[in-house]
Design a protein. Structure first.
Ligand code: SF4
Length: 251
């Protein structure tokens, strides 16, 4: 077996969370309430020089002025970053030059995001180009069903194709979801549905149960996928209750 070359810091070794109890840390609600949103918080977790602080700050401020929500990171996910993300520990034989900690890279807004401000806004899955209600069909047999507010994700991924529209303007209501379900039920060529958002595991349990039960009752569906980053960015959110709900409602 290969040797593990990097072990993340325990959260209590990080100044910002040194007084946090294990119970708080394992609580998804605590994780969401204490999400990292500012450079001031970030620099208590990782090493940044004055220039890096200023550039990240400039990026966040510019995007906020455009009405966007550019930065959200759960404490759990932030604790996985290497202490010096611009000089990450490398595998033996790899060159450190120009490497960046991958979790920093996918989570922290950097000035590259300001270069093409409108890219992705008019993307194929944007709200104006849906097939019917909350359903968007890109492939003959597969449909994406949008079920969440676009700011509902536990953490914001900088690589997200929807990240340019993370501005709180889209809340998929139940009418849209019902229309999407109707569209799927009336198209027997569809055998796969991606339940997505935002993050589909961040919606209310009631809504998730309703959607999974409705989809499960459509005879031509073979696959229901739940699009979520919760297992990665906030694994304490995947509770027995959630797993039981999925098991009961989707079969
Ligand atoms: S959780 Fe999904 S929808 Fe949300 S920012 Fe990340 S990739 Fe985009």
């Amino acid at each position: 077996m290969k040797e593990i070359y990097y072990t993340p810091r325990h959260y209590s070794a990080i100044e910002l969370w040194k007084d946090v109890t294990e119970q708080e840390w394992q609580d998804p609600q605590w994780q969401m309430k204490n999400a990292i949103r500012t450079v001031d918080q970030l620099k208590k977790i990782i090493k940044l020089n004055a220039y890096q602080v200023a550039e990240i700050e400039r990026t966040i401020t510019t995007l906020q002025q455009q009405g966007k929500e550019p930065f959200r990171m759960t404490p759990y996910y932030a604790s996985l970053m290497q202490a010096d993300p611009f000089h990450p520990k490398m595998l033996e034989g790899e060159k450190e030059e120009k490497r960046l900690d991958p979790i920093f890279w996918q989570s922290v807004p950097t000035p590259a995001h300001l270069l093409f401000p409108d890219t992705g806004v008019e993307g194929a899955m944007s709200e104006g180009s849906r097939s019917y209600g909350a359903a968007y069909q890109r492939y003959p047999n597969r449909v994406a069903l949008f079920v969440a507010e676009n700011t509902s994700c536990a953490a914001y991924c900088q690589h997200c194709q929807r990240s340019k529209s993370l501005d709180g303007s889209v809340d998929v209501n139940s009418t849209m979801i019902n229309r999407g379900l109707f569209y799927i039920s009336q198209n027997p060529n569809i055998n796969e549905v991606l339940v997505t958002g935002g993050d589909a595991l961040m919606i209310s349990k009631h809504r998730l149960q309703f959607i999974l039960e409705e989809l499960s009752s459509i005879p031509h569906l073979r696959v229901i996928r739940i699009a979520t980053r919760v297992p990665v960015v906030m694994p304490m959110g995947v509770t027995d209750e959630v797993l039981e709900l999925i098991k009961k409602s989707a079969n």
